[in-house]
Design a protein. Sequence first.
Length: 487
Amino acid sequence: MAETLSTKKKAEQIWKKCLHFIKENVNEKNYQTWFVPIKPIEFSDNKLLIQVPSMFFYEFIEENYINLIKKALELHAGKDVTLNYLIDVNTTSNDSQSKIKLPNVSVNTKNPPVNVNNGSSSSSTKINPFAIPGIKKIQIDSHLNPNYSFENLVEGECNRLARTAAYAVAEKLGQTAFNPLFIYGGVGLGKTHLAQAIGIEVKKRYPDKIVLYVQTDRFTSQYTEAVRENKQNDFVHFYQMVDVLIIDDIQFLAGKEKTQETFFHIFNHLHQLGKQLVITSDRSPVDLPEMMERLVSRFKWGLQADITPPDYETRKKILEKKIELEGIQIPDEVISYIAQSITTSVRELEGALISIMAHSSINKRPITVELAKEIVDKFARNINREITVEMIQKVVCEYFNLKPEELKAKTRRREIVQPRQIIMYFAKKYTKASLQVIGAMCGGKDHSTVLHACRNIEDLKDTDRQIRTYIQDIDKKLNLSISTKPL
């Protein structure tokens, strides 16, 4: 026991002196992040054993600070010192008693003897901890669709910023400020295509990088299963191995506090190591409901790039690209008609084209404008069965006997302010429009005003009988107007 205590005390003394030297050569943030968590375990036979929190921590130290540590050891422990690592894998849960050792990691991980030659890079061979069997050299399915490449993505004003940033991320992995790259926009505008294009391009340029695309609902179900089987630690460490993590539809994390907390730790770890994060959402970070504030804050660290509905020229190019990929010929007037008629999303645009091709093939009919009209008119009518901000404005104005321009006037009159807040409330409830868009359509209000209005109406409908009646009546009118639209 005395021998064990003396070797531990010796290790602590040496490491304390090393830390003093290291602190003078790195900034405070890096010192706190990468050196304070290290624990000296023992020093014997000219070997210093230190404990690090994880294999990822070990990799970072070896890749970025090993020469600094060597110099410190040379000064305070002499030459020809061997530095050994003990990797302690702790669970990320709050239960400090719960510890799980990963296979092949619960042993001392040694590097070659430290023969310091005045900081020369040739003094030792760098170790890659992922060379440990079963840790990194496993094959991970990236879950990427090869059709979602940059080559198959049509660029337009609607997506130029997002596409340019996405390509830069893939081309210069780890060298841009776009981390995370947060891509947002309405349903069917090409967010998934663009996000996966990054992964495909990275795999093409950097074959050894681990790229993973995962939908948020799948991430959530995986986490739930890991909790049920008491494998949260394995779950977290799996995601921490990834070089490029692509999370699709992050808005579905809303309200899932435990899953958000876990993703928060994964995000922090990957970002700290310079790994790339790509996130898609149907709305901007500030508009995400029931999301941890510190997570939203991190979403805003990199670049937020929105995708908007394509204009006519872009819609036409999208159709022409799809037709080229299908290897068929369609008259230009048919392409123009589809592009003019379907304006909501890329998904609806391609869906209409596929339906036209299917009807032509099955019914042995040539693809003409007449056939296109039959199919596209059905698409257009079904699309129009959605509640829009304009529709809400119209219903509310009729209900309160107001003119639309009155609601946009700068006034504090109750008979104007209250209907305007009700419009904001229903727009947030029923549409995919961002808070900024809703505010702009209600007299140029900012997103904080919209949020205040929605919360105010939400509170009043529970305490004010008159407001509750307004909300119930308008809700019925909105849904009635949708259900009675002809197909």
